[in-house]
Ligand binder design. Structure first.
Ligand code: PSV
Ligand code: MN
Ligand code: MN
Length: 382
């Protein structure tokens, strides 16, 4: 168990530390970061409390700064690295009818250029992954030509991929619906896989756990994409109904366990796997830094349980057609309480045994609430 837990490193999203909300209301909260640097400082605090979050993902242009080299040094001084660069072609009037799929070559070019600018940033931050999620799609049957949109998407992605450096990757994220209601241009893993496969080896798929229809067997997708060598990253979060972006493992810890079983089975934690485990969450009403601490602990806890799975007994039961024993072995691992072991794991590494309590006692929250007056509104905000 310890061996696998030791390998766990989770990327936290810069946007989880800013105010966010729904289309109904964005609630402000005291101590909210006003700058990218303050978001990174909060992320570094999550890492200091847990030892699990050494990387921070950025979203461009939400996290635009003048000097990304300086931002990288700033992050390093705080003990974290800059990670995935997420592009944003969904908050500009020009993209009302699409970005990389748009009919107008000028708009497509603008969207492509944004991604090339993101690659420039990656060169300065030392980031490996360019993650592309598109809001492109249509609201009504007949509104757009499905095939034409796929063709233009393929063209645009190829132009971007041509600029991806030898150590970099293009990661394409899919989402069933929203903001487009009838048809999304990258709705599912099959489409993402088809698009990245034609690009080349350094183009892979991002699986956001909140982006499927209810009842989807996500661990199956994990198994399949790992089998094909095309699972590049996760955006972890929880959903009850739509793209809820709740704390990972909150809605369905068993699903998170099943996913992590497949991650281990598929070699996703091997040193050379390249799989990025990222959170993509928004804390609308809960405190943000403890929200991220709880999130990374949830992943660690389910990974530790998954690592306890007795593969030998499971395989023997599977091979002898013993359905109930196989399921029993699987459930035994899931039901094992690993919290005391993980508290020891932390203590042995000089980390707080109880990171939530340690954060509450640290005084950090009171300090940022006093210092940061007028924190930023949601990047999503009106
Ligand atoms: C879209 O719903 C998404 O999951 C994409 O990853 C975006 O970049 C992210 O949310 C923003 O929170
Ligand atoms: Mn996502
Ligand atoms: Mn999402």
């Amino acid at each position: 168990m310890t061996d696998l837990v030791d390998r766990l490193a989770i990327e936290v999203p810069s946007w989880a530390f800013g105010n966010s909300g729904t289309r109904f209301k964005v609630f402000g909260s005291p101590g909210t970061p006003r700058t990218v640097q303050e978001k990174i400082a909060d992320a570094a605090m999550v890492h200091r409390m847990t030892g699990l979050a050494p990387v921070v993902a950025l979203h461009i242009p939400w996290d635009r700064v003048e000097d990304y080299g300086a931002l990288r040094s700033y992050a390093r001084d705080l003990g974290v690295e800059l990670g995935t660069i997420n592009s944003n072609t969904f908050q500009d009037d020009d993209y009302k009818f699409g970005s990389l799929t748009h009919l107008d070559p000028k708009v497509r070019r603008k969207a492509i250029d944004h991604h090339l600018a993101c690659i420039e940033i990656m060169n300065q931050t030392g980031s490996r992954d360019l993650k592309i999620w598109l809001a492109d799609g249509t609201n009504y049957p007949g509104q757009g030509d499905i095939r034409g949109r796929q063709d233009r998407l393929a063209d645009s992605l190829a132009t971007i991929y041509a600029q991806i450096g030898p150590q970099q990757r293009l990661v394409l994220e899919y989402k069933l619906f929203e903001p487009a209601m009838y048809m999304t241009d990258v709705p599912d893993w099959g489409t993402a896989y088809a698009q990245v496969s034609t690009l080349g080896e350094r183009a892979v798929v991002c699986l956001d756990t909140g982006h499927h229809a209810p009842g989807t067997n996500i661990e199956f997708i994990v198994a399949q994409l790992l089998r094909l060598g095309k699972l590049g990253s996760f955006d972890f979060n929880s959903r009850f109904y739509a793209d809820d972006d709740l704390i990972v493992g909150a809605a369905d810890p068993f699903q998170l366990f099943r996913i992590l079983v497949e991650v281990i089975r598929g070699g996703g934690l091997a040193a050379d796997s390249g799989l990025a485990l990222m959170l993509d969450q928004c804390h609308n009403i809960e405190a943000k830094i403890p929200g991220q601490i709880r999130s990374v602990l949830n992943v660690q806890e389910m990974l530790a349980r998954a690592a306890l799975l007795d593969i030998e007994s499971l395989t023997a039961a599977q091979e002898s057609g013993d359905v109930l024993t196989a399921n029993g072995v699987f459930m035994d691992a899931f039901y094992t309480d690993v919290r005391p072991r993980l508290a020891r794991w932390r203590a042995e590494r000089g980390l707080p045994e109880d990171p939530m309590a340690a954060y509450a006692a640290s005084g950090y929250q009171a300090r940022i609430e006093a210092e940061r007056v007028g924190g930023t509104q949601s990047s999503w905000g009106a």
